[in-house]
Ligand binder design. Sequence first.
Ligand code: ADP
Ligand code: MG
Ligand code: MG
Length: 901
Amino acid sequence: MTKHIYLFGNNHAEGSAEMKNLLGGKGANLAEMTNLGISVPPGFTITTDVCNYYYDNNLNYPSDLDNQMNDALRQTEVVMGKGFGSTDNPLLFSVRSGARQSMPGMMETVLNIGLTSKTIPGLIAKTGNKRFVYDSYRRLITMYADVVMEKAAGVETKSRKGIRHQLETILFDHKEEKGYSEDADLSGDDWIVVSDKFKKQIKEQLGEEFPDDTYAQLWGSVTAVFKSWNGKRAISYRKIENIPEEWGTAVNVQAMVFGNTGKGSATGVAFTRNPATGENVFYGEWLQNAQGEDVVAGLRTPNPLNESTKTDDNQDALSLESFLPQVYNDLDAIRIKLEKHYTDMQDIEFTIEEGRLWMLQTRSGKRNGPAAIKIAVDMFHENLINKERAVLRVSPNQIDELLHPMVDPEEETRSELLAKGLPAGPGGATGQIVFTADDAEAWKKENRVVVLVRDETSPEDVHGMHAAAAILTSKGGMTSHAALVARGWGKCCIVGCNSLQINTDEKTLTVNGVVLKEGDSLTLNGTAGKVYRGKLGLLNADPGTNKEYAELMTWADEIRTLKVRTNAERPEDSVLARSFGAQGIGLCRTEHMFFDPKRILAVRKMILAGSEEARRTAVMELLPYQRDDFRGILEAMNDLPVTIRLLDPPLHEFMPQNNEQINELADELNISADAIRIRISNLHELNPMLGHRGCRLGIAYPEITEMQSRAIFEATAELIKNDINVFPEVMVPLVGTYTEFENQEAIVRKIADAVMEENSVKFNYLVGTMIELPRAALTADEIAQKAEFFSFGTNDLTQTTYGFSRDDIGGFLPDYLEQKVLTHDPFQSLDQSGVGQLVKMGVDKGRSIRENLKIGICGEHGGDPTSIDFCHRIGLDYVSCSPYRVPVARLAAAHSAIINA
Ligand code: ADP
Ligand code: MG
Ligand code: MG
């Protein structure tokens, strides 16, 4: 018999935190808390296997699920001393989704299941609280109609407006009519009237009665949760977060506890540490006389949990700490217990029923990069975790957040503040405002940078939130949907900016008398919650000032074995990369230096030269420029190796594009424009990526290789004479045969010898090659006889292995990803099973000849954590990436060393 259901309650649970795959995150942690002796309302979890069974079997359940469920219901009734459907002491349930990985707001929950015309009178008699019972009832009706009868059933309402919205309108009208300002003003009789109206509206709009049967309510809700796994919102979220479809969701059925019985009851959410800063303070929000979803929905502004986390704006609000000190202390004790047990910051949900505390959820809390770093380092010093754990706690992308721009503080002091909200996601951003998620996505596609402005966000908005550079909402707190999602992505975000009046229909935003239209610019300081009009300057982040960052990176550097170099072609970039921890340059592309307006003329002269003699003269004009460039870079990287690649791109890229430029060039060189045109058309290639480029240039025009080598070595000689340690590594591009390399290597060495002799100095240098053609990988053992190092150029290697043009892949890649022909863009993350085989073969063959062959990677993949892990596993010496990715790569390399140890 397959066990479909796992019970929890009464300090004992059948599941545990280890069982997330089967029980989902929520269920596994409810079990774990129960086993820890924390008071959790009893209940049970239906496994993710049942979800998969359901989808594999035409939306049918395993035949024995019904029996197992009835058993579990009976056992839960015993623990609670109440009966499901009982007319004198009814037990109510919540049905809650729970995937392996939390998907905030994506999935469904139904509360107060089990209220019917039969059980309602019993519950009123038992509690003497009509208002509470009908408040719960109208909530059940609303959630059930929305989740089960409309969304899961795929039924559209008659008026095509969402049923939840319609019911909310009925409630709103009732309040207006009665002159009430808040939900709390409604009496029991009011709620009776409202819930009757709700049921009529449902019947009329959805064509079905709201079920007056406890089991119908329960099964309807369970099925709706399973169905929500394949809802539109869940699918789009899974896509963004790369969550596999096969994971499925579990369903939790749990006895209800009530935060809405009166003033002595409450509900709240909290983080065991501040998720925005990482500071070790208890941080959360609560609402009196409310049920759980009220806090997240942002309908009422929640109160702060304690005194110490109050801000200027909520000084007068009642904290739980001062209202119910004993309960607050109990909660604080649980906070400490959970952190010790999970050794991580937790995100918790709780409900207080008549002064009694119940825990409803715990999970590892989402945090932004700076907070992740602070929490990891603090927890090490608190002896909760070791260095390796601390390093693993911070994801490489969270490091990236620390390097994110912030609003220039000077410009900020000079600018007038437009509005202020809650700092939900750090960093600065500036962009044009849009009012809908669809617009955000569309504008982003046109390469515009946008700020998404909403009253509040919902899971329907995630695609637009993803596309936006920043998110700004007028409602909601630090645990609202917008805040949670933005924090997860490390995106700049401000929520609860009350002074904004947003008109989505007219696409205008009014703030303190200022009216902004779609497309107008705003600047957000997400770290301070400040909003400015127009475009303020952004400054690049300086992680150097962050003490915890520095400490964590020291640990990462101790742990990792893979070195990290940078791709840089200017001294400034080299200095920056060095400050980020780069251990050398892995790729210095020389062609960038050719485009300078002063030099391009000499380059064009060289290309247009009729004779070798004329070409040599033209090339030599470039020598002083290149020597200066190399001197600057080598000097900035003193004591560290610098790999310089010889000229790589096809020559036509250097030629003028239009008639005006051609005529100008003709004048300057005193030749005819037609002669230039003829040369350009001679250079034209059908397939330039596979054409006359890379070492093919140096072989046809050896004087180019000679000039570049001379520039490198003369700079080297000069620096060595000045006691500066430099280690040039000359790299021959696009080699496919041993003989190509041999040809170029001979030239480089000849020039090196000459320069040493001329300058009477000795210096060290290496000559190696890029492995970026399949043939080079296949014959790496031959090439390694001469080459002193390899650097995998995985951009070209991916291009030539797949036969995908890098420049044209955009035409079909979206279809490939959509149809799952490819799971990712192979130019972003290395294709390990295909291209990776060639890389591995290159490494093995190369080292079979030269045991200590130095090997790195210099393609875009050098900054991608998954690809970096691959590089670590196959034994590369280093990865090379852009300066801003260097810290990310250092951390990713440390992760690989720990995980693969
Ligand atoms: P989500 O994943 O969207 O947070 P949950 O399943 O956690 O959904 O539930 C939504 C809200 O309902 C939460 O605030 C939760 O604490 C509350 N809730 C869920 N089950 C119960 C219960 N048995 N008793 C009281 N409140 C509950
Ligand atoms: Mg929850
Ligand atoms: Mg290349």
